[in-house]
Design a protein around this ligand. Structure first.
Ligand SMILES: Nc1ncnc2c1ncn2[C@@H]1O[C@H](COP(=O)(O)OP(=O)(O)OP(=O)(O)O)[C@@H](O)[C@H]1O
Ligand SMILES: [Mg+2]
Length: 496
C-alpha cells in the first residue's frame, strides 16, 4: 500500500492531565475513503484522541499527519483548513439562528458588506439536497429535533469541504428512525469519497458502517481489525480485556413479592392519557415504545416535575401527589434522567459532591457534613460501577461522557430510595459497565426495591424486564410478560 493512501496518520500521540494519562503513545492510520470505527470502554481516550485532530486540545506528545503534512498540534482553524470536520456530542449550533445561518456561521456569504441571505439559503438548500436532508434552510434550529440538528451539523461540515468527518457517538441522542437517516447520510458521504471516523458503543452500528476498527483501552492502542474479519465477541474481548459471558445477569425469580409498591390510577397530564399500572416489590417493569410515546413524560409526572391533570399515584398504600422532585425524593422515589447534560449532574462539582447530593441531610450532623462518610460512600460506588477517575475530587465535567452517566447512577443508588425510575440508563455506557449496571439493578430489586425502566434498546428492555408495558401516543397499548415478549410484538404495540 502506498503511504499516500492514508489521509490521516496519528503518530505516538500522548495526552497527560494532572494525575491522568488520557492517551499513551497512540498511533493510528486512516485510509482515504474508509469508515474507520474507534471503540473502547468509557474513559479509554476516544474523545481525547479526536480532539487532538480537531484542535480542541493539544497533544502532550506526538505528530498529526494530514495528507502528508505533519503537525505537532492543531488549532480549530487549521483543522478546518485541512479538511477535518467534527460532530461532537454537544452540538455547536445557535438556536435562534436559521439552518442556513448556522451552516455558514462565521463565513456568511456577503454582497459587499451586506449579508446575502438569499444566496446563503440557496447554497444551504443545495448542500441539504445533496445529502437528501429535507429541512427548510430558514427554520430556526431550536425548532428542530435533535436528529435534524445533527444533520445541520453534518451539512455544516460538508459546506466546509470536510474531507475527514469525525463523529463522536452520533447515534447516542437519536431515535431509531433518526439513526437510520444518519446512516443513510454516512453512506452517501462515503460514496462521495469522504473519510469517516466513527465512535460508538453500539457494536451493531460498527458492523453496519465501518471498514476497519481501532480499539483503545486505558489510553493505549490495542489493535486494529478489519470489520469483516472480526465479530462482536472478539471486539468485546479486546475492549474489556476479558471474556464477557451473559450480558444480562440472572436474578432470582423469587424476588418479586406479592405486595404492590407503586400504582398509577388513571393518570393523565403532560401528554399521557389514563395510564394505570402496578409495580410490585422486587419487580423490574420495562416501558417500551417509540420516542415521543410518552414514557419520559410519565416519569416526569411520577417524579413531580410536571403536574397531574387527573388520576393519582399510590406508593406503599399511601396516596401521593409529589409536586416537585424534592417531595418525590422524600416519598422515596428517584429518577435517573435521560439527558445527563441538562438534568443529571452538576458538572462544576466534584464526583464526591455529586454522588452525595441527595443524602447530605442524612450524613450531616448539625449542618456539618461527615466527610469520612462522604468519601466512603463515593469510594464504594466508584468501585461498584467502576467510575474511571484518579480522584473523587475530580470535577464531573472533566470525566468522559460515559463516566458522567455513571456518577448520576451512583448518586441515585446512594440515595437509597424505594422506587427507582431509570430513563435510558445505559446510553453512552460501554458493554462492560453496562453489565455492572444491570447487576446493580438486579441487586436493587433483590433487596426489595422496585424499578421502572424506560429503554429504547430492545435487547436491554427484554433482557432486564420482568414485564413490559408498551406505550404509544401517551397511552398503554400492550402488556407483555417475560416469555411472551419479542421484538416484533413490542414494535407492533408501539406503533398502534
Ligand atoms: N480536562 C480533563 N481533565 C482531566 N482528565 C480528563 C480531561 N478530559 C478527559 N480526561 C480523562 O481522560 C480520559 C479519557 O477520556 P475520554 O473522554 O477521551 O474517554 P472516551 O473514550 O471518550 O470515553 P466515553 O466512552 O465515556 O466518552 C478519562 O479518564 C477522562 O477522565
Ligand atoms: Mg467520549
Amino acid at each position: 500500500m502506498n503511504a499516500n493512501d492514508n489521509i490521516l496518520e496519528l503518530k505516538n500521540i500522548s495526552k497527560f492531565y494532572p494525575g491522568v494519562v488520557a492517551l499513551k503513545d497512540v498511533s493510528l492510520k486512516v485510509k482515504r475513503g474508509e469508515v474507520h470505527a474507534l471503540i473502547g470502554e468509557n474513559g479509554a481516550g476516544k474523545s481525547t484522541l479526536i480532539k487532538t485532530c480537531s484542535g480542541a486540545i493539544d497533544p502532550s506528545e506526538g505528530e498529526i499527519i494530514i495528507n502528508g503534512n505533519s503537525f505537532n498540534r492543531m488549532t480549530p482553524a487549521l483543522a478546518e483548513k485541512n479538511g477535518i470536520g467534527v460532530i461532537y456530542q454537544e452540538f455547536n449550533l445557535v438556536g435562534d439562528l436559521s439552518v442556513a445561518e448556522n451552516i455558514f456561521l462565521g463565513r456568511a456569504i456577503r454582497k459587499g458588506i451586506i449579508i446575502n441571505q438569499k444566496a446563503m439559503e440557496e447554497e444551504a438548500k443545495k448542500i441539504l439536497d445533496s445529502l437528501n436532508i429535507d429541512i427548510n434552510p430558514r427554520t430556526p434550529v431550536k425548532y428542530l429535533s435533535v436528529g435534524y440538528q445533527q444533520m445541520v451539523e453534518i451539512a455544516k461540515a460538508v459546506s466546509q469541504n470536510a474531507q475527514i468527518l469525525i463523529m463522536d457517538e452520533p447515534s447516542a441522542p437519536l431515535t431509531n428512525a433518526e439513526v437510520e437517516s444518519m446512516f443513510a447520510i454516512v453512506d452517501n458521504l462515503r460514496k462521495k469519497g469522504v473519510t469517516i471516523i466513527y465512535i460508538s458503543h453500539r457494536l451493531d452500528e460498527i458492523f453496519r458502517l465501518s471498514d476497519r476498527i481501532t480499539i483503545l483501552r486505558d489510553g493505549s492502542f490495542v489493535t486494529m481489525l478489519e470489520t469483516r474479519k472480526t465479530n462482536k465477541d472478539e471486539l468485546v474481548r479486546y475492549m474489556v480485556g476479558r471474556e464477557l459471558t451473559e450480558i444480562y445477569p440472572r436474578r432470582s425469580e423469587a424476588c418479586i413479592k406479592e405486595e404492590v409498591m407503586f400504582e398509577a390510577r388513571g393518570v393523565s397530564g403532560n401528554g399521557v392519557e389514563s395510564i394505570s399500572l402496578q409495580l410490585r416489590r422486587g419487580e423490574v417493569l420495562g416501558l417500551g415504545g417509540l420516542v415521543g410515546a410518552g414514557r419520559t413524560e410519565l416519569a416526569e409526572l411520577i417524579f413531580g416535575i410536571e403536574p397531574l391533570k387527573a388520576g393519582q399515584f399510590v406508593l406503599n398504600g399511601q396516596k401521593i401527589t409529589p409536586s416537585n422532585p424534592k417531595e418525590a425524593i422524600a416519598y422515596g422515589i428517584g429518577l435517573v434522567p435521560e439527558d445527563r447534560k441538562a438534568k443529571g449532574a452538576l458538572l462544576g462539582l466534584s464526583i464526591k459532591k455529586n454522588i452525595n447530593m441527595p443524602i447530605y441531610s442524612r450524613i450531616s450532623k448539625m449542618f456539618v457534613i461527615d466527610q469520612g462518610r462522604e468519601s466512603e460512600i463515593a469510594k464504594m460506588y466508584k468501585k461498584e460501577i467502576s467510575i474511571k477517575t484518579p480522584s473523587l475530587d475530580q470535577q464531573v465535567g472533566n470525566l468522559s461522557g460515559g463516566n458522567q452517566q455513571k456518577v448520576i447512577l451512583a448518586k441515585w443508588l446512594a440515595a437509597d430510595v424505594d422506587f427507582l425510575i431509570f430513563d435510558e440508563p445505559t446510553r453512552g455506557i460501554d458493554v462492560g459497565a453496562k453489565q455492572e449496571i444491570y447487576t446493580l439493578i438486579n441487586s436493587l430489586v433483590e433487596s426489595g426495591k422496585a424499578v421502572l425502566m424506560i429503554s429504547s434498546e430492545m435487547e436491554e428492555l427484554m433482557g432486564m424486564s420482568d414485564r413490559i408495558l408498551v406505550l404509544s401516543e401517551g397511552r398503554i397499548t400492550g402488556e407483555l410478560q417475560r416469555g411472551e415478549y419479542n421484538q416484533e410484538l413490542i414494535m407492533q404495540y408501539a406503533s398502534m
